[in-house]
Design a protein around this ligand. Structure first.
Ligand SMILES: NC(=O)c1ccc[n+]([C@@H]2O[C@H](COP(=O)([O-])OP(=O)(O)OC[C@H]3O[C@@H](n4cnc5c(N)ncnc54)[C@H](OP(=O)(O)O)[C@@H]3O)[C@@H](O)[C@H]2O)c1
Length: 345
């Protein structure tokens, strides 16, 4: 990516408000903004967490909740740029992550409250961080529908108030140490809790968190992003089988000679979904998880690349790094790398 664009324009972003700053992606964004010496305000329900994350960083904290419009007064005062990342994060006891009713309260209704609070302030630009799950028509889950509703609202806000508003949809994000699905997958394969995955044709997009942050900054800085919707990808597509083989390769383990048949996975997943409903707690394999692991989720990131964006990370190197970091790397010579099944999006 043309980092000079960001270096040159970052000071023009003025005072910046970040929502969702304490989430795993928001934390990296705030670190990047602070590293540029920018003035950062944060909307949070947990000021103590902000204090713990960035002691003495000079961050202005607005204690408020997107679901409570009364707590958002004065939020946009003296703010020029908004990065809106806040999103409901389902708790560990909340089954069906993508259909938790609070997604609607936080993303759809909460974004409406946020925009009403900002309407009195002449903000210059807003970047809304959404999800590729908002792309289907109609989105199949509450999360996707709520994100889509929020996208529509922010774009309408830009048109009405003349602010430069853009939407960035993210696919699976990796590089989220301790907070990502990839780390769970590496741990499961290392502990032999992940079955020898079938060789299914599948194409999924993904992005490293640092590249996602770079994309947000580029969109905020670039003069031609008003009213536009972008997807950030690392330019590759991946299958679960490829990821599985890459993890084994990094662990220095050979590929198993057999694979579990898809029908057996479907049966186990159906039992998992039923169990989740009966026990009212999340289980590792459900029909929803299986769909995520087997279906295509490939998105076109070319609009962002035309702005000069180029990802610096890829999933293969991230898996190597994670395996090392988690202490699973073997002293034995590694298995041969998996045949290439990642290609450009
Ligand atoms: N992580 C991924 O793999 C991924 C993939 C695609 C898209 N995205 C999108 O990227 C964005 C960032 O993701 P993330 O994983 O870092 O964050 P997240 O865990 O989805 O969101 C948690 C953040 O949202 C804030 N939040 C939640 N409810 C709120 C409320 N009622 N009022 C105010 N703030 C509220 C929390 O703030 P406090 O607790 O401090 O109040 C926290 O900072 C999200 O919009 C997400 O949908 C993420």
């Amino acid at each position: 990516m043309n980092l000079r664009v960001i270096d040159t324009c970052a000071p023009d972003l003025g005072a910046i408000l970040v929502t969702g700053a304490t989430g795993p992606v928001g934390q990296r964004l705030v670190q990047a903004l602070l590293a540029q010496g920018l003035s950062v305000s944060i909307l949070t329900r947990s000021p103590r967490r902000v204090q713990a994350l960035w002691p003495n960083a000079g961050i202005r904290v607005h204690c408020g909740d997107l679901t409570d419009p009364g707590s958002l007064g004065g939020l946009g005062d003296a703010i020029q740029t908004v990065f809106h990342l806040a999103s409901h994060h389902p708790g560990p006891d909340e089954p069906d992550l993508y259909n938790a009713p609070d997604h609607w309260r936080v993303s759809a209704e909460g974004t409406g409250h946020l925009l009403r609070a900002l309407a009195d302030s002449p903000i210059e630009r807003l970047v809304y961080v959404s999800s590729v799950r908002a792309a289907a028509s109609p989105p199949p889950c509450v999360y996707g529908r709520a994100k889509h509703a929020a996208e529509q609202q922010v774009l309408a806000f830009g048109q009405r108030y003349g602010s430069k508003v853009s939407v960035l949809r993210l696919p699976m994000v990796y590089g989220l140490d301790g907070a990502g699905n990839l780390e769970r997958l590496v741990r499961a394969v290392a502990a032999r809790r992940f079955p020898p995955w079938p060789r299914l044709e599948q194409r999924r997009s993904a992005i490293h968190v640092e590249d996602a942050v770079a994309a947000m900054l580029l969109i905020a800085c670039h003069p031609e992003t008003s009213g536009q919707l972008y997807v950030a990808t690392d330019g590759q597509t991946y299958s679960t089988r490829w990821i599985y083989e890459q993890i084994l390769h990094s662990l220095g383990r050979p590929l198993p000679r057999w694979t579990v048949p898809l029908w057996a996975l479907r049966l186990a997943a159906a039992s998992g979904s039923l169990g989740e409903r009966l026990l009212r707690r999340p289980l590792p394999l459900t029909l929803e998880t299986l769909a995520k692991l087997t279906q295509d989720a490939c998105y076109d990131g070319s609009a962002l690349r035309r702005l000069g964006f180029a990802a610096r990370y890829d999933l293969g190197s991230e898996i190597e790094r994670l395996v090392q970091q988690l202490g699973f790397a073997s002293a034995l010579s590694p298995a041969p790398p998996p045949a290439r099944s990642a290609d450009s999006d």
